[in-house]
Design a protein around this ligand. Structure first.
Ligand SMILES: *Cc1c(COP(=O)(O)O)cnc(C)c1O
Length: 281
């Protein structure tokens, strides 16, 4: 489509580094900048920006910074690791309307914690986890929005279901009535090459459209959670309805991504992508 992003390195250079946010004003500025980029990406492909929800991702940042983000208007924060999320939730229960989205891989033995404090879980990729979450949620008397994570990059190490397995997985979801399936989630390949990133998003969108012909009762596949700081505009061009953005709001993370994704350190082009956006201080 004309006007779509063709060069990620140029895009990152244009938007500069990820500035650290250390005050409410910083967060307001970064949030506004991301929202502007969401609006521009929607315009390029004729979408309504109201269709795109921005999920701020607060992993690795401390409680003080999360409170600043809250003061700047964030009411739902994404966290990748259960223990870190739980610790922050416990420390911040005074903010009664602050909700938590767990966006990282979950082991069944942590389902209990997630069922207690999260309002959303975006990385559902096994029936065992679905079962564990559902039984804990029944005990808690709660329900939870969930996204089915799909591996669209074909990287063996990435979490998520293979695209061919998603139909059967979705068909099994009505057995877990506390899980409100909202849609699909994916992480694109880490690359500065748009030609390798965009197909991941296209794959998720096309998979979803095929699945729409046969969606079980009580399951929705309307939502597509795809795109993060480095690639959210491309994801929006390809139909994202949720973008998970950390660094462009909170500032560059010191933590290597390998901590969150087992093999992030083996992805050859990640470095190139980051070089253009990482502050030198
Ligand atoms: C950290 C993370 C993001 C956000 O990444 P940024 O580069 O900080 O925008 C998105 N999705 C998942 C699953 C993550 O763990």
């Amino acid at each position: 489509m004309p006007g779509q992003i063709e060069d990620l390195t140029a895009l990152h250079a244009r938007h500069g580094r990820y500035p650290q946010a250390d005050s409410v004003e910083d967060f307001r500025r970064n949030l506004a900048a991301v929202q502007r980029r969401i609006v521009e990406a929607c315009r390029r492909v004729g979408r309504d920006p109201a269709e795109v929800r921005l999920l701020p991702v607060s992993k690795t940042f401390d409680e003080a910074h999360l409170r600043l983000a809250y003061a700047a208007g964030c009411r739902l924060l994404g966290e990748n690791k259960v223990q870190e999320a739980q610790r922050k939730w416990q420390a911040m229960t005074d903010l009664q309307d602050l909700q938590w989205s767990v966006i990282g891989h979950l082991q069944t033995n942590k389902a209990k914690q997630v069922a207690r404090f999260a309002s959303e879980f975006q990385a559902l990729d096994s029936l065992r986890v679905a079962e564990a979450l559902d039984s804990r949620l029944r005990i808690e008397g709660r329900q939870m929005d969930v996204f089915v994570q799909v591996n669209t990059s074909g990287e063996a190490s990435k979490y998520g279901l293979a695209p061919v397995d998603v139909a059967a997985f979705v068909a099994a979801m009505p057995a877990f009535p506390t899980l409100r399936v909202r849609g699909l989630m994916t992480l694109a390949l880490f690359s500065a090459d748009v030609g390798r990133v965009r197909p991941c998003f296209v794959r998720l969108h096309e998979l979803r459209d095929r699945l729409l012909q046969n969606v079980p009762d009580g399951v929705s596949l309307q939502a597509l959670s795809m795109g993060m700081s480095g690639d959210f505009e491309i994801a929006i061009e390809e139909g994202a309805t949720v973008v998970r953005v950390g660094q462009a709001i909170f500032g560059a993370r010191a933590m290597p991504d390998a901590y969150y994704w087992p093999t992030a350190d083996t992805r050859p082009l990640r470095e190139d992508t980051l070089l253009s956006i990482t502050p030198s201080r």
